[in-house]
Structures are given as C-alpha cells and as structure tokens.
Design a protein around this ligand. Sequence first.
Ligand code: SRM
Ligand code: SF4
Length: 638
Amino acid sequence: MVTTPSQPISTPKVSKVEGLKERSHALREPVATELLQDTTHFSEDATQILKFHGSYQQDNRDNRIKGQEKDYQFMLRTRNPGGFVSADLYLTLDRLSQEYGNQTLRVTTRQGFQIHGVPKKNLKTVIADVIRHMGSTLGACGDLNRNVMAPPAPYKVRPEYVYAQEYADNVADLLTPQTGAYYEIWLDGEKAITAEPNPDVLVALQRNGNGTIIHDSEEPIYGTHYMPRKFKCAVTVPGDNSVDLFSQDVSLVVITDAQGELEGFDVYAGGGLGRTHNKEETIVRAADPIGYVEKADVYDLMKAIVATQRDYGDRANRRHARMKYLLHDWGVEKFRAQVEEYFGKPILPFKPLPEFKYLDFLGWHEQGDGKLFLGLSIENGRIKDEGTFQLKTALREIEQTFALPMRLTASQNLVLYEIEPANREQIQAILDRCGIKKETEIDPLVRYSMACPALPTCGLAITESERAIPGILERIRAVLDKVGLKQEHFVVRMTGCPNGCARPYLAELGFVGQSPEAYQIWLGASPDQTRLAEPYLDNMLISDLETTLEPLFVCFKKNRQKGKKPESFGDFCHRVGFEALRQFAATYEPTTSSKGRARYRVGIYDETYTRLKEAAVQQGKPMTEVVKAAIEAYLADS
Ligand code: SRM
Ligand code: SF4
C-alpha cells in the first residue's frame, strides 16, 4: 500500500513578543538589568516583559514637546481577585499614589486599582511596598490570566455569592505565574508572605491531564511562551451580571443545590471586545454557553480551556490571538471537542439559568450577618480630592478609623463592608462632609456610565474619554430634557480608542474614539449587558452630538413600547433597527432649529477644567453656561 507522506507542518513566523517571552528567562530579562540602570525609561523590549509584572511604561501626553524626551512615567495595576482590597493595602496604595504617583487612584473596569505617574526610579519602592502589604501587581497585565472578576456584594447568607468570590480566588491562584522573577526583581528575592492557595488548587496545579501541564517547566501551565495574548475570567452567580460575563474569555456561573451547597458551574467562553477601526477581521464577540462542570472537575476544565488557547491560539498575529478567534473560526462544537480532549471526558450539558441583570450594589445594604455594606459611586473610578469633592480624604479617614475591607466593582465603583451598624452615622457624616453624593443624588446617566482613562496617560488613545465624558453626559441630559425625556437614563460608555477598555460595545450608547474629536457611535446593547451593541455611525464629530442624538431620542420617545416597564433606549434601537433610525434622522426637523447654534469644542488643561467644574457645581449651572458667561465677560472687557 502506498501512503502519502505527511506534509511538513509549516510554522508561521511568530510575533516579536513571542521571542521576547522566550528569551525573558521566565519574565526576568531585560527588566532586571534595565531596572538597575539610571535611566528615565526602559527599552521597548523590556516594556513588553514589564507588563507581566503589572506595569506599563507611559508618558504624559499633555507634556509632549516635539524634539524633547517624553515625560516618562509608569502605571501600576494591582491584581485583586473579586475586587478584594484590605484596609491596610488600601491605605498603602493611597500613600504610594500621594508620594510617588499623580495623587489619584483609579478603580479599573476589572476590579483592580491603578496608580499613574510613577517615575522609573521609584518603581521598585512602590511595587515592593504593595507586595509587603499583601497586594500584588503580578499578572495584572501581560499575556496571561488577568484579574479574575466576581460580584462585589459581600452577602454572608447567600452562599452563591460566597462561592463566587472563593472560586475567583482559586481560579486566580491556579493561573498565577509560578516564576520566581517577581520576588527576585522587586523584593531582591525576599520571600513574600502570601496567603496559601487552596489545597485543591495546589493539587490541580500539579495534576497532568492529557497535556495540560508542561513538565519540567518553571511555568507548568503556561510554558516558556505564556499565553498568546491576555486571558480574562469571571465567576458569577445566576442572574447577576455585575461582571459583564459576556465579555470574558471564560465565565463560570455558580450552581448550587436547594440547600445552597455548591454543585458545579455553568461555563461560558469566547467573549472579547478589543478591535481595530477599519480592520473588519477584528471583532467584538459575546461569550457562548459551553456546558456544565461538576465542582470537583472545575480546575481541570479551566486547565483544559487554557491549554486549548495556549496551544492553538494565534501566535503570529496578535490582532487575531485572543481566544474569541478560536471560537469564531472553529465554532462552538469544534472548540468544545478540543477542550474535551485535554479535559479527558465530555463536558456536561449547560444548566438552564435565569435572565442576567446588571446590579451595582450602591448605597447602604444589610450583609445578612447583622453588619452592613456601603456601595459608593465613583465617577470613572477616579479617587481624588478636587475642590469641595474630597473622596480620597474621605476614604483615608474611613479606613484609618474603621479599617474596613473593600471590594472594587467592575463598574469602577467600590463597596465598603463589615460595617457595624453603630458606625453607619459616623461614616455617612465623613462622606457628607467631604462632598460625596449619595447614589440617589447622582444623575443616573452618570451613575451607569463608564469611561476609560485615555488621554493623557494611555499611549493608544485617539480621543479624550475620562476627561470628556462629564461634559458629554451633561449635553446628553440637556438633549433629553429638550425632547421631553426628563427622567430618562440608559447605559453610556466611552473609550478613547476601539480597544474597548470601558466595554462600550455592551452599552446602550457607546462612544468609541475614532479620529481626533470624533467618535464611532454604537447603539442597541441591552441595559443589562446581555446583548452586544452595533456600530451606528462613523466619525461623529463631538460638536455634532446634539444634532446626532436629538432625532434618535425623539424617535425613541414617539415609538418606544410603553407599559409597566417602558422599553429602554438600547432595546428600542435594537428592535426598530438602524435603518429605521437612520431614515427618521434623515427627515427629522428639529423643534427649535439647531441651525446657527452649532457647538464647537475648545480644549482646556486639567487645572482649568477642575476650577470650571467646581464653579459649575457651586453655582448649580451646567459647565457650558459658566464657560459662556466667562467668555462673554472676557470679550466684553477686551
Ligand atoms: Fe484595557 C490596553 C486600560 C480593561 C481591552 N488598557 C490597555 C492599556 C494598558 C493601554 C496600552 O496597552 O498601552 C490601557 C492603560 C490606560 C491607562 O492610562 O491607564 C488600558 N483596560 C484599561 C483599564 C484601566 C480601563 C479602565 O477604565 O478601567 C482596565 C483595566 C482592567 C484591569 O484591572 O485589568 C482595562 N481593557 C479592559 C477591558 C475590559 C475588561 O477587561 O473587562 C478590555 C476589553 C475586554 C477584552 O479584553 O476583550 C480591554 N486594553 C484592551 C485592549 C484590546 C485587547 C484586544 O483583545 O484587542 C488593549 C490593547 C492591547 O491589549 O493590545 C488594552
Ligand atoms: Fe487606552 Fe483605548 Fe483602553 Fe481607552 S480603550 S484606555 S484609549 S487602550
């Protein structure tokens, strides 16, 4: 019999980062060497490896001057499974951000903290201090498993919440890099005191299953090349979508029996949001249901999914390297079959689940054990002191007095818990004195919005985001008022580029930075983030915000489904379809002509913006009105 010789497998050229990982000696070099050099910044190669240690090299883009060296600084990101931060770690981060950073802390959309503005010479001091206070930045960035999310509600008598947080910790431990590089570099090899992982996790880390473990490697799960790209997981409970579960590479949903005992997990896989403008092959994708796993097998299944992405993920093209592309290219069946090969048995059928709802846990609540928790809304996650708004001071005082644990939320807020009812009044008094509004006093447009940092720190930002969104939400509110939708609100999210860090593709109204001063507009996600939005308009100049949105809001007001629970803006846009919206907009005649009332945009620096905002708050007027008055007064004088 003649057999056809097998074809040599042609290995495509791998990306440059793959070589850097391979040569890094398990994440040590060139970071270790360059850290010792008296320079303001690292080489390009070292910055790639530095990411795995939880730090990004950035520069303050407001300070860029042609021909001069960039104003280099470092962003540090902490890894806090389920958003847990102890009082001691919080006070440490607060102090470090004051002494070495830009005096602000930022809650991220994955329940971590970021400190911006750290100079290279202080990087080691800052990271070492974080580790000594039981924190970690290891794996907060880089091609490996990122911070594992879980609902932030500290309910003590709802076992499913307790399991979700416990398993977020366990999955984080299972997928933590094992390299000694982190402690060698930042603590000079000193052994850090860290919490012992769960014994089942330790066993699972060693147990080989059909090639999930790479033997004789410092990184048994990851191997020398780590993952092809970042990898993101969440653990949640049925019905709770506070973690944006459809955007994750893997989401586990806790399944308990009638007595509240843990049985296993439903598994979703293949979500992901990062894309690139004008590259249709880069996609936004919602995770698919994959199946169910018994609790005893959950670590083996996680290892099998990781091994599938590790071994089959695209290592040549980083734009096509996230696990969502395996699901997109293969389909769910082939993906499941490959995972089952590593898992060694069939994955069980998915168990029915109730509808998922977005929950933000703001305000005062009972924990269930006699104590209370308090969810605080933080605009875009930025903890700062600014004029009469003294959030940083308030949290410092609360933590110094009551030493409360906290959980950061996936919507850039935070939850303080273990509060004795007797202390409620004093805590509320501190917040009131420091000008922190209650969740009921915040415009719901602001409450449910998110924006990524973008300028001036993010090197990838095309437009403003965090600095622009307050003014944009005010303008949206004014349009809603004008068309008679006074109390209306919906989920607005904004990013300065298409990478999707504030998950705008799951917003009812998403703004995605496309070119200077212009955004791509996404519409039609559900208010609970269970359905993706779609692109409605390219390159909307921000000066055209009112003329773009007014017809949409009028159409919505006229045609929404009314009833006990009136249709939301996202659901409406999805139901009627973009063609209908575009047709309505094309023939729309504004009630008061906006012709001759075009709005233009003028840039101002941070400090002026802060003073302007304070003045507007004090006078109870929109910022645009204060600016108009100031400019008119100036022009009258000149
Ligand atoms: Fe992100 C890169 C900020 C959550 C998708 N992200 C970046 C960088 C590090 C820019 C860079 O590469 O130079 C940003 C730093 C800005 C700065 O100045 O701080 C950045 N991402 C953030 C944070 C801080 C936004 C926030 O408002 O909180 C979030 C940190 C989360 C954390 O604690 O780990 C953050 N990033 C996300 C999310 C949302 C999520 O994870 O739930 C996404 C979309 C979900 C996803 O991954 O599919 C996201 N970030 C990206 C991408 C695109 C990834 C892709 O698959 O294409 C990049 C660029 C990249 O990786 O090449 C990126
Ligand atoms: Fe930067 Fe883009 Fe992420 Fe915003 S979405 S933080 S601009 S990478």
